[in-house]
Ligand binder design. Structure first.
Ligand SMILES: *[C@@H]1O[C@H](CO)[C@@H](O)[C@H](O)[C@H]1NC(C)=O
Ligand SMILES: *[C@@H]1O[C@H](CO)[C@@H](O)[C@H](O)[C@H]1NC(C)=O
Length: 183
């Protein structure tokens, strides 16, 4: 018993050492049947997370016109990049932010009410923030939809015209494209 436990411990340590240093990356797709956002990929542009954006104009090592690639680390959500710039998703559930999701580049300035941790992937493979699902509102740049964390008391934040609940399905990406997304 003791011996096999020691072997198991060694094996676990070995696999941890052998594990690739690359994070487990994924893209995200909106699921809301019979709506304009069904199957829309999540994009990242101008410090916003968007759906139905034609071109995110990111600086990438490869083609990544409208799909952003993410990874989770310690319940924080990051945009994948091999570069020196560090881009991290925040949620602003303050009265002003109303559930707004965006990203920070290099964490230069972090307002006190911005939340960075609380992201998780549920058993269906859907991303949520502290158990809250995400939703999207029309009227963002280039006719895209902006992505928010649902605050039940505020279903149409910032007077957005049309808002829809959705599932945010993760799609594992084996060979991620490194990008620096626009600020
Ligand atoms: C991307 O670039 C095109 C062409 O310059 C521009 O029309 C469009 O508004 C840009 N979109 C974003 C999200 O930056
Ligand atoms: C996360 O969710 C739990 C349960 O709904 C809640 O009690 C807690 O306050 C939430 N935490 C944050 C930081 O919102």
């Amino acid at each position: 018993m003791k011996f096999s436990a020691a072997i198991a411990t060694l094996a676990a340590a070995g696999s941890a050492l052998a594990a690739p240093s690359e994070p487990e990356t994924f893209d995200l797709m909106a699921l809301r049947s019979a709506s304009p956002i069904h199957f829309a990929p999540f994009s990242a542009a101008k410090s916003n997370i968007l759906l139905n954006l034609k071109h995110q104009n990111a600086t990438c090592e490869g083609d990544n016109y409208n799909r952003a690639t993410f990874y989770l680390k310690d319940s924080g959500l990051f945009l994948y990049s091999k570069g020196v710039k560090h881009q991290r998703i925040f949620v602003d559930r303050s009265g002003m932010g109303q559930g707004k999701i965006g990203y920070l580049t290099d964490n230069t300035y972090l307002p006190r009410h911005f939340e960075l941790k609380g992201w998780a992937i549920d058993k269906n493979g859907d991303l949520n923030f502290n158990g809250s699902s995400l939703f999207a509102c029309s009227g963002a740049i280039d006719d895209a939809w902006s992505v928010w964390v649902l605050i039940p008391s505020n279903p149409t934040p910032a007077r957005n015209e049309e808002c829809l609940g959705m599932s945010s399905r993760t799609i594992p990406i084996k060979k991620p494209v490194s990008c620096e997304y626009s600020q």
